[in-house]
Design a binder for this molecule. Structure first.
Ligand SMILES: [Mg+2]
Length: 243
């Protein structure tokens, strides 16, 4: 007998778009903007120092570029206004957001689900409220999402990998976790916690740092693109998707 499926939730970073590629381009654009604004160092040198700052202070620290300038030799920016160099870096970084694009399989999958089924689609993401919300808007996925089913860890006071985050998301739609699917790229954040609640788990194997890492408990499905999930939804859950 087909298993019942009542909703699908998604991770965001490196599941719906390449966070890894975005960060690489944004840092590169930031460093180029700083050098263009008068910072007298090779871009590769500044780029390596910026990578270190982000690794040391985490990606959600708000003053990366101030710290970066503190760490560079004063001669590299003396005679210029340090505020202009920092602002150029911040602007270069943020301008890259306008290029944010979902993986090519994402919007067609969301479109197909919304056209052919009445399954609510949702998000369970780990990160800062406005930063994660901005990504959803830029990716163009918001029109497909159930308004009650956008769950951002910072808004909940619960972070991944605490299973409570996923059970709260299911509870918001009044659904038992066993009838909700969760799709994500991180073995420890996206597979093991929802598995512990009996959710249907989908490992989305994007080309990133988790590519060769396995979860402690196996996912129900292991895919590299949502295209591969469509026939599974049709056959295993008798959903009217695919042709
Ligand atoms: Mg992720």
């Amino acid at each position: 007998m087909a298993r019942r499926l009542s909703a699908i939730f998604f991770d965001v970073d490196d599941t719906l778009y390449s966070t890894t590629e975005f960060a690489r381009r944004a840092r590169w654009n930031a460093v180029h903007a700083m050098v263009h604004q008068g910072l007298r160092l090779p871009v590769e040198v500044v780029r390596r120092e910026l990578d270190e700052v982000i690794a040391e202070f985490t990606s959600n620290y708000p003053n990366h570029f101030d710290k970066l300038l503190l760490r560079l030799p004063r001669e590299s920016w003396s005679g210029t206004n340090r505020g202009l160099i920092i602002a150029a870096g911040i602007m270069g970084y943020h301008a890259t957001k306008q290029e944010l694009k979902p993986f090519p399989d994402v919007l067609p999958f969301f479109e197909q689900l919304s056209q052919q089924t009445d399954l609510p689609l949702g998000i369970v993401t780990h990160g800062l409220e406005i930063k994660q919300a901005e990504k959803l808007l830029l990716l163009g996925v918001v029109p497909y999402l159930h308004p009650e089913a956008v769950v951002i860890s910072d808004q909940m006071g619960i972070s991944k990998p605490n299973p409570k985050l996923y059970s709260r998301a299911c509870a918001r739609l009044g659904l038992d976790p066993t009838e909700v699917m969760y799709c994500g790229d991180s073995p420890a954040h996206d597979i093991d916690p929802p598995n512990s609640l009996g959710m249907v788990t989908v490992r989305v194997r994007r080309d990133n740092r988790f590519a060769n890492v396995e979860s402690a408990t196996p996912p129900d499905y292991d895919i590299s693109s949502f295209d591969e999930l469509v026939p599974r939804l049709h056959e295993d859950f008798e959903l009217p998707v695919g042709s």
